[in-house]
Design a binder for this molecule. Structure first.
Ligand SMILES: C[S@@+](CC[C@H](N)C(=O)[O-])C[C@H]1O[C@@H](n2cnc3c(N)ncnc32)[C@H](O)[C@@H]1O
Length: 272
């Protein structure tokens, strides 16, 4: 069932060249863009997917933001995980309904909310953030996106390099500059068979993270990959790769906690 747009919600207006404008609908207000004005009252109460016209005749498609647009399209103080990587992380780290997830750092809350969505109501997410102002911004992002901070999400002010209070976690997600500093604590917090993920923008970070997993022992199946996203233009007879692509963002690194104080690294390449 299509729900009509309501006063107070955030929508996206898409113009003819694909530019997206985030607009919070407020009764009686109007939104100005280069191609004219849109009255919010022309949208409130109307169904998603309508096309509206500015007083200058420009046509705009009105839709609700997708999850990726909601969590990564906000003004922010730190770099969120890119949408192209978010989905891959959830599958490769195998975040399943009911899983208990430990994350650090929270940053904008983009990965936090993706994880929360994957684990569902039976699961839980605890997210550590060392900077108070980032934690406050992430809390606002969660409230804007989900309406409130759900009971199965704990946003925690804390330094993950200093320790992790939780134990028996199913998954650990790390997106911070020195993930190797968290490895001894991750070893204690993760249950056997659990998976640790680290997002590493630089290959030197991958090496140091993996070296540390090997030193600390108790991990296996170390793996890293990256995703390059090349869009295509499909318009009339023009079918070709886009001029620009979302190329390197970060290496996605994974390992499994094993129930032995050794290292288990199969010789073959790739198990995915
Ligand atoms: C790249 S951002 C994380 C972005 C996040 N994954 C997202 O999707 O928005 C890194 C975050 O880690 C936080 N951080 C850095 N060191 C930390 C630590 N030792 N413990 C907890 N958080 C930390 C930073 O303050 C920053 O907010």
């Amino acid at each position: 069932m299509s729900r009509p747009f309501t006063d107070g919600e955030v929508i996206v207006l898409v113009d003819k060249v694909g530019r997206r404008h985030r607009v919070r609908l407020r009764a009686g207000e109007r939104h100005s863009i280069h191609s004219g004005l849109i009255q919010h009252d022309d949208l409130i109460g109307r169904p998603e997917g309508i096309v509206v016209t500015t007083q200058l005749g420009a046509r705009l498609l009105a839709v609700r933001p997708t999850f990726a647009e909601q969590v990564t399209g906000r003004r922010r103080q730190t770099q969120p995980i890119y949408p192209k990587d978010l989905g891959a992380i959830l599958i490769a780290a195998d975040l399943y309904p009911g899983a208990h997830v430990l994350e650090a750092g929270t940053g904008t809350g983009a990965l936090t909310m993706a994880a929360l969505r994957a684990v569902g109501e039976r699961g839980s997410v605890v997210s550590y953030e060392v900077r108070e102002e980032f934690l406050e911004a992430a809390t606002r992002a969660v409230v804007d996106t989900l309406g409130s901070v759900p009971g199965n999400l704990t946003l925690k002010l804390g330094d993950v390099y200093a320790g992790i209070e939780e134990s028996d976690m199913d998954r650990v997600l790390l997106d911070l500059a020195e993930p190797w500093q968290a490895v001894p604590h991750v070893k204690a917090a993760l249950r056997p068979g659990g998976i640790v993920f680290a997002h590493c923008p630089n290959v030197s970070q991958v090496q140091r993270f993996f070296d540390c997993l090997r030193e600390v022992r108790g991990f296996g199946m170390l793996e890293a990959f990256e995703l390059l996203q090349r869009g295509w233009t499909v318009r009339g007879r023009s079918m070709r790769p886009s001029h620009r692509m979302v190329a390197h963002t970060g290496f996605l690194c994974f390992a499994r906690r094993i129930d032995a104080d050794e290292l288990f690294e199969p010789e073959g390449e790739g198990f995915r």
